[in-house]
Design a protein around this ligand. Sequence first.
Ligand code: FES
Length: 268
Amino acid sequence: MSIAPLDGDTPAAAPWSPFAVREGNAFDALYARLQPEIAALIAQYEEKRSALIPLAQLFQDHEGYVSADAQAAIAHLVGETEATVESTISFYTLLFRKPVGKYMVQICRNLSCLLNGAAEIMDYARERLGIGHLETTDDGVFSYEEVECLAACDRAPCAQVNLEFVYDLTREKIDAMIDAMRAGTYEIAPLVQTARPVRTWRVDNNHGRKAPGARGVSDPNNAGGIGDPSGLKMFDLIVGKPRYEVRSDERLVHETTLRPELAEDGHH
Ligand code: FES
């Protein structure tokens, strides 16, 4: 199955602006159509900025992702900068900043799930889908991502598909899921697609918009998780440096309970 070119494939003539409607532009038409929902969402909160995430979810429901135009519109609606909107959205794996497949399969790779076989399940899902972490199949049907704790640890290993929970994963369950998605009979509805999905939304760890000091330390493709080596790298960087040793010794002297031998003889 291949997906036809959609509106989002045609680059917008100009970025979204609150002051001009771009003739024939799909996002501008959507924005106009959603005005009642937008107003109702904003009215629910004392501060407009509290509506940032609900607005992102609203646009994602209609676009399949939160487009650059949607991010600009949200910034305008809640009175924040586009950078604030983007950084908020980028924090959550529930919000997609790039067009993704009709089925976004997000398998949890955190502790409880790993203890219950998530590594094998992830290997199997990658093999069956033919794609890796943060990738979409060429036919635009599947996207795959490994995510952090989904707060369903009692049903590990688990996943979310189009943000709906799937519990107690097994190889057989993965097979059944993928077959049903391919056949269009899966119980969870496909995502809306208004733009051609990107092959991968992985970002270059050493470039992009990262501050020089952060390059090579944290991994934006595995933020804070099992695959993120930043903790170890930071550990290597700071442990052993004299100023940290001094600080750590001071702390140990003051907090003798942290070092039993200090507590016993009462001196360093
Ligand atoms: S560790 Fe997977 S849901 Fe918590």
